[in-house]
Design a binder for this molecule. Structure first.
Ligand code: C2E
Ligand code: CA
Ligand code: CA
Length: 668
């Protein structure tokens, strides 16, 4: 909560009023207490004097004692009554009783003295009276001492209170004076002028004055905040400055270390900015810098941090980065963004930038190290030919830029339809009948020729490109099926590979139905191959998606079976029609007893569960025989056919057979 000047003023006034009231009450208390003390002391002194006189008279054994007694009796009785009314304290009661007793024995002695002054009775009464009187005197003495010490303590306490309250008042006075001197002086003066020029009633002036004071204080607050802002920001672009990025980095690196996160520091430097300044003037140069700052800021994520650290130098801290390629991608995006021409007063100005990158924690663990290494990387980027980025570790630059280049190329491959499907037959090994086809993607690279998936799918998997490729393949496969159907061919079931990222798409099931509908393909015509690992990665949601696809008539095959170590007992619960035994097991069965045992077990299991089984990588007749005799009828592999183009497969489809291979019927 922010305390306004109003609050402060009211609080000080309330405190002062309270303190003054308290002080007044205390003063009254002091006066009253003092009166009471004086009164009591007077009683004691009076009584003491009178009793002493009686005592003297008695000791002189004179009849004067009697007259003293009469006087004492009237006054001390009055005083004592008064004292008793005022206090019920035990000591005062005791005093009163003692005097009463002294009074009684004095009376008795007085009578005895008058009839026979020297009689034994009179003498005894005299001794008794003297004793009572001396006790009363003693009690009076005690009371006097007690009263004085009580008064002393009481006065001390009062003094303490008075000092405390005066202290508080003094402090308030000091605060008010300080405010007056440093804070309120301007508005007070202004307000007093206001009062002079416009005679207003106090009721009106006071809120006005307070409002002015409040305004003034918030103006001071604002300017303080402005000062803090100025010390952390660059005047020209309004971006954080070098000091601010240093502070930010220290905090962020500490957090990254604790959370085991990676981050990157980018040093961006505009190439040949000096030329702009020299040829078009500094004011245009300034506007270019401002525009660049705005552009960069717009592109970065909200948790990235941008700063201007010098003339044409900016620094970015990319937080929580997953891969080096991501950093390379962002750097390339920033370079491209900076290169877009800016229109300043009709001048189209183009500039380029180089970027140096240092990664935390690999290239440095402290702010200083990272900034120094990012700077060194920038130097290398510049020397390499400007308009590029460079990682502090050169190898990273090479790998990242290679990957980025491939990503770019894949994007254009998709746009320019450079992807093509090859088809590999699945054969009944007993009869050589064509029972299925698997669509396998190829890339007709304009420079590198025909590329198999291992050249581009792993890179595509690192971004969402894999989904774009997969969806494109699904489209191409259905398109091909409809084409064959249009040629009056009856192709067998076509297997289409799915990447796990495709399965994670929210609308995947709908997409499959939509693609089938687009080309008028029946669900029974396709099989979707998912890998054992992607099945293991996914949730119940995936299983229910697969179940609903299956219910529509689409078959599901579990690809590369045996590599994902899924529990065999789990298999019976999976929505799967076919198992494909991985090539790595099949190719080994002749030489490796363990692999042969695994393949044997998997075949038995699949047969037992009523799941179809396909052996992948059947390269030789020997392998075909082995797998076939173990109980797996369908094989896919180079022995029967390599993946081939649509026109070639059309021949097989027409024949319904793979002609080149020897079938079990011809095995000897
Ligand atoms: P996969 O699904 O296991 O496909 C079978 C791979 O084994 C194919 O390689 C095929 O050419 C190869 N192959 C078939 N018979 C033999 C043989 O007898 N010996 C040997 N050595 N290899 C054989 P390809 O076409 O290079 O595909 C490699 C992998 O790329 C595929 O393995 C599949 O995982 C993936 N892939 C291919 N096309 C697609 C696609 O359209 N989408 C997705 N997501 N993945 C695909
Ligand atoms: Ca496959
Ligand atoms: Ca496979």
């Amino acid at each position: 909560m922010r305390i306004s000047a109003n609050h402060l003023a009211y609080t000080i006034i309330a405190f002062s009023a309270g303190a003054i009231l308290w002080l007044t009450l205390l003063t009254v208390e002091v006066i009253e207490a003092n009166d009471e003390f004086q009164r009591k002391i007077r009683i004691i002194n009076d009584t003491t004097t009178k009793i002493s006189s009686i005592s003297n008279a008695i000791s002189l054994s004179s009849s004067a004692a009697n007259s003293y007694y009469t006087r004492l009796f009237s006054t001390s009785q009055k005083l004592l009554n008064n004292a008793q009314k005022k206090t019920s304290e035990e000591k005062w009661l005791r005093l009163s009783n003692l005097i009463k007793r002294a009074h009684t024995s004095l009376e008795s002695w007085s009578q005895a003295y008058r009839s026979e002054p020297t009689s034994e009775y009179a003498l005894r009464l005299r001794t008794q009276t003297v004793l009572q009187i001396s006790r009363s005197l003693e009690q009076l003495q005690q009371l006097s001492t007690q009263l004085s010490s009580e008064n002393f303590i009481y006065k001390g306490l009062l003094l303490q209170k008075v000092v405390t309250i005066s202290g508080i008042l003094l402090l308030l006075l000091v605060i008010v004076s300080l405010f007056y001197l440093y804070g309120f002086v301007y508005p007070l003066r202004k307000a007093s002028k206001l009062v002079h020029t416009q005679p207003l009633t106090p009721v009106v002036t006071s809120p006005l004055l307070i409002a002015e004071i409040a305004d003034f204080i918030s103006a001071i607050d604002d300017s303080k905040m402005q000062l803090v802002h100025l010390s952390n920001h660059d005047l020209l672009t309004g971006l954080p400055n070098r000091k601010a990025i240093n502070e930010h980095l220290s905090r962020a690196l500490y957090r990254d270390t604790r959370q085991d996160q990676k981050s990157a520091v980018l040093f961006i430097d505009l190439d040949d900015f000096k030329t702009i300044n020299d040829s078009l003037g500094h004011s245009i140069g300034d506007r270019v810098l401002q525009a660049m700052g705005e552009r960069l800021l717009k592109t970065l994520r909200h948790n990235d941090h941008l700063a201007r650290i010098g003339g044409d130098e900016f620094t970015v801290h990319l937080d929580n980065i997953q891969t080096t390629e991501n950093v390379a991608r962002i750097s390339q995006k920033l370079i491209k963004l900076i290169a877009e021409p800016i229109d300043i007063d009709g001048h189209l100005i183009s500039t380029r930038a180089s970027i140096g990158i240092a990664l935390f924690p690999d290239d440095g663990k402290t702010t200083e190290e990272l900034l120094r290494n990012a700077d060194a990387a920038l130097y290398r980027a510049k020397s390499k030919g400007k308009g590029t980025y460079h990682f502090y570790t050169s190898e990273l630059t090479r790998i990242a830029s290679k990957k980025l280049q491939i990503e770019q190329e894949i994007k254009s491959a998709l746009d320019e339809e450079q992807l093509e499907l090859y088809f590999q037959p699945q054969v009944h090994m007993g009869t050589c009948e064509l029972v299925g086809l698997e669509a396998l993607v190829r890339w007709n690279h304009p420079e590198r020729g025909l590329l198999t998936p291992d050249h581009f799918l792993p890179i595509a998997s690192e971004s969402l490109l894999i989904v774009a490729i997969g969806n494109h393949v699904l489209d191409l496969a259905c398109r091909q099926l409809s084409q064959w159907q249009a040629e009056n061919l009856s192709p067998p079931r076509l297997a289409i590979n799915l990447a796990s990222e495709q399965l994670a798409q929210e609308n995947f099931v709908e997409l499959v139905y939509a693609t089938l509908a687009k080309y008028g393909i029946d669900a029974h015509c396709i099989e979707l191959e998912i890998t054992e690992t992607s099945l293991l990665k996914h949730s119940n949601e995936l299983l229910s998606d697969l179940q609903s696809l299956r219910e529509s008539g689409i078959q599901i095959a579990l690809d590369d079976f045996g590599t994902g170590y899924s529990s065999l007992s789990h298999l019976k619960n999976l929505p799967v029609d076919t198992l494909k035994i991985d090539r790595s097991f099949v190719s080994n069965i002749i030489h490796d007893v363990a692999d042969a045992t695994i393949v044997d077990a998997v075949i038995r299991l699949a047969n037992g569960l009523g799941i179809a089984i396909v052996a992948e990588g059947v390269e030789t007749l020997e392998l075909a025989k082995h797998v076939y005799t173990t109980g797996c009828a369908i094989g896919q592999g180079y022995y029967y056919a390599k993946p081939m183009q649509a026109e070639q497969v059309a021949l097989c489809i027409r024949k319904g057979k793979v002609a080149t291979a020897r079938c079990a019927t011809s095995w000897v």
